[in-house]
Design a protein around this ligand. Sequence first.
Ligand SMILES: NC(=O)c1ccc[n+]([C@@H]2O[C@H](COP(=O)([O-])OP(=O)(O)OC[C@H]3O[C@@H](n4cnc5c(N)ncnc54)[C@H](O)[C@@H]3O)[C@@H](O)[C@H]2O)c1
Ligand SMILES: [Fe+2]
Length: 390
Amino acid sequence: MIPQYYEFSCQVKIVSGLKALQNLPYEMDLLGAHRALIVTDQGVAGAGLIKLVESVFTGSNCEIGAIFDQTPPDSSSKVVNQVAKLFSNERCDCFVAVGGGSSIDTAKCANMVVTEGTDDLLKFQGAERLKKPMKPFIAIPTTAGTGSEVTMVAVIYDDVNHLKLAFTSIRLYPNVAILDPKMTLTMPPKITAATAMDALTHAVEGYYCLQKNPVSDAFAIGGIKLILENVEQCIKNGQDENARLALANGALLAGISFANSMVGIVHSIAHACGGVARVPHGLANSILLPWGMENNLEKAGAVIAELAPYLGASTKGSSLDQAKACIQAVRDLQKRLKDLSGLPTTLSEAGVKKEQFEAIAKAAVNDGSATYNPEDVTIEVVMGILNKAF
Ligand SMILES: NC(=O)c1ccc[n+]([C@@H]2O[C@H](COP(=O)([O-])OP(=O)(O)OC[C@H]3O[C@@H](n4cnc5c(N)ncnc54)[C@H](O)[C@@H]3O)[C@@H](O)[C@H]2O)c1
Ligand SMILES: [Fe+2]
């Protein structure tokens, strides 16, 4: 059913291809920027990917002003302020984030701090608090992935309250997303599996959450197709450039979908597991996805059933039968990914302790994503899921 009213937006130029990285200086120049701050992390730099980025500046009219390669898995506002300071001290004029969601979101938040001229990032938490035009921003994702390269969302860790904080604003869209398989070839199998499951969760939750609309649906279905067709091949042969590029495109489509339809209970519990128990985002989503789908069977079963052909599930029987088959298809995928990469399928394997359940449940019901879930997200519901997923 078409909603009576909806909005959809994605304001990002997408540059995708086997040699797309070469376009980086050209894209900077188009944005009127010539001195980049590269924001990345040790894993990405250690895999040699920053060297690849440096090499494309040779002979161009653009340069790298500084490189920040100390992004932690969950950046706090302290790290963000360090990045912002480096940007100003080194007289950079644009951000180039090279990494997974952690690096991209750190750079997005540093851009907020630089633009708004404050080191109090937390006052921009929530929706549409940014009023000034931001510095030019190019995202080069190295996971496939969060979709942060095409979303208006940034997620940061509050290390005082042990929560993941979300910032959303139309100003947080990167100007350009560059997808080049060279940047994901080095991703280890377990990270490939976990981050692809984050992307699949974006598409599946994006398909049934409350702000869904015909445009976000099209992106969700396109994302599911590319993710499922390519994720296992990317794990079996990490060097397969075509599969890597296709998976990166799948994650991008899923990102565009969820940034409009929003995500629900799976992400609200995953954010809480990240905040309280430090479970990596993709892993938490991977474990929780079938349980979150099950939670929504009553209100959104018929919508979930529409995904059966794309998830490789049976299209026979009632819509409830098909929705249940979709859940089983996700469980079967979890098992195959575990066999291929060792990706855990339970919260206990992911290091969560039962004593943490209460704190996780409290954080999950207060997480922004909970608002968009078709079923109400209550403490009892979350505790039920945590026990089942343990
Ligand atoms: N902004 C959004 O729209 C959005 C959406 C979903 C998740 N997130 C956030 O993104 C973060 C997670 O991002 P992520 O899952 O991409 O992981 P990540 O950025 O934390 O990276 C995970 C690990 O993989 C390594 N790595 C990344 N790419 C590599 C490569 N090509 N080769 C070798 N190693 C590589 C990194 O060094 C790191 O150790 C979380 O904080 C999550 O909350 C943001
Ligand atoms: Fe996510």
